[in-house]
Design a protein around this ligand. Structure first.
Ligand code: IMP
Length: 421
């Protein structure tokens, strides 16, 4: 079985936990986009692990983790993550971690530009300031540094020179910042190259050789952060949706059997941008506390809101999902009633599609009975309260896909599989 896991909202849906759970039945786990703007938290054996670059499948023995060509890679962050995992007793080596030599490398001038731009913009995006946007911009502008370029001193040198020739005057004249020194950047990255070299490979050939194995593609961020279909410009700079798994991994030959869209039982968003079903301040604070809604990467408080069914339906279409994983149901345990958006209303009419121009439409809500009891100890679908099952049915009907997994807590065993799905 080959599976893609993607987020249906604005990221942080709990993909890391679902991927960790599904990794048991996969041989190869592949990341295909994004970079260390992502943050997956996985709790395993009472221990909490936070991942930014390496697929969370690395926690399992005998699995191969691949960082695909569609990822943008900050070498320092990756090397630190390798060290952190090694220190925590996780087996990690070039045998089980493969990095595409075509992945683009995040350079120090990308990180600076990300911060400078945010500081100058009137309309802030609220980026993670990890250099993601500028790195993808350079990739498209054809002046990026790929892993393969990093490994060759001469290429690395001329690429850094070309980039600094263009960027240093910009930094100085537009942002009033000190120029980058060629020697500093070159020697730092040359050093990373030596450490990363054993992990790098032609992942296209590698994955093609292994095409009969069981694949799990790990999406980062979420559908509404997608550069094409998200709430532009408040998006990330990559294609976050399932169809990009083939391009971002160089493994379009893997036949996909299942696309799991992960959604929380409510909605969250970090950073700026429209969020039609956002709670008022008091309710936002309550759910943020209950759900511990703070960014795994930037520790920023997440904005929280009601479930938005038109948004989920749009995400289901874009990702062509076959199944849903519904996470953090337990966070809503204390609520006697739940609201959800079932339509949007413009000036003249009501419609069920998620609108492109959110300034012209507002969500319309219905209310459903909450379960109002502790679900954190529930194990087994049958034991879920009737109201949880009603909520699940409502989502399934609107979105047009079955909930295969529902989760009621942080631990691996808090994931409940729906029988027969
Ligand atoms: P960037 O990806 O750092 O450029 O940030 C662009 C937008 O995407 C900002 O609103 C970030 O908060 C958001 N973002 C990026 N990565 C994640 C993620 O993994 N989870 C949630 N939001 C994210």
């Amino acid at each position: 079985m080959n599976t893609i896991v993607v987020g249906l909202q604005w990221g942080d849906e709990g993909k890391g936990k679902i991927i960790d759970y599904l990794s048991r039945d996969a041989d190869i786990i592949v990341r295909f986009q994004g970079g260390n703007n992502a943050g997956h938290t996985v709790v395993c054996g009472g221990k909490k692990y936070i991942f930014h670059v390496i697929p969370s499948g690395i926690l399992h023995k005998n699995k191969i983790c691949v960082i695909g060509n569609g990822v943008v890679l900050d070498p320092k962050v990756l090397l630190d993550e390798i060290e952190y995992l090694k220190k925590n007793g996780i087996d990690i080596s070039p045998e089980n971690l493969k990095i595409s030599s075509l992945a683009h490398v995040i350079m120090p001038y990308h990180r600076s530009l990300d911060s400078f731009r945010e500081a100058k913009r009137e309309q802030k995006i609220g980026t993670t300031k990890r250099g993601i946007g500028p790195c993808y911009s350079d990739k498209i502008a054809r002046c990026g540094v790929r892993v393969v370029d990093l490994l060759d001193c001469d290429t690395l040198a001329f690429k850094i020179k070309d980039n600094l020739n263009e960027k240093n005057p910009l930094y100085k004249n537009v942002y009033g910042a000190a120029p980058f020194s060629f020697n500093d950047v070159f020697s730092e990255y040359n050093d990373y190259a030596k450490k990363l070299a054993p992990y790098c490979c032609d992942t296209v050939e590698y994955l093609y050789d292994k095409r009969k194995k069981r694949f799990l593609f790990e999406g980062a961020q979420g559908t509404f952060l997608d550069v094409d279909f998200g709430t532009y410009p408040f998006v990330t700079s990559s294609s976050t949706i399932a169809p990009n798994a083939g391009v971002g991994s160089g493994a379009p030959f893997v036949k996909i059997d299942r696309v799991i869209g992960v959604t929380k039982a409510y909605t969250t968003r970090v950073g700026e941008g429209p969020f039609p079903t956002e709670f008022d301040e008091k309710m936002g604070e309550q759910i943020r506390k209950l759900g511990n809604e703070f960014g795994a990467t930037t520790q920023r408080p997440r904005r929280c809101g009601w479930l938005d069914l038109p948004l989920l339906r749009r995400a289901a279409i874009l990702n062509n999902i076959t199944h849903i994983a519904l996470t953090k149901l337990d966070v809503l345990d204390s609520l006697p009633q739940l609201k959800y958006a079932y339509a949007y209303e413009g000036k003249f009419k009501k419609f069920s599609a998620f609108p492109h121009d959110l300034s012209l439409a507002r969500p319309v809500y219905k209310t459903i009975e909450g379960w109002h009891c502790d679900t954190t100890g529930v194990r087994g679908y049958k034991k879920l309260p009737r109201q949880v099952k009603n909520y699940i049915q409502l989502i399934e009907k609107f979105v047009g896909a079955k909930v295969q997994y529902a989760s009621v807590g942080q631990n691996r065993d808090a994931i409940i599989k729906k029988p027969g799905v």
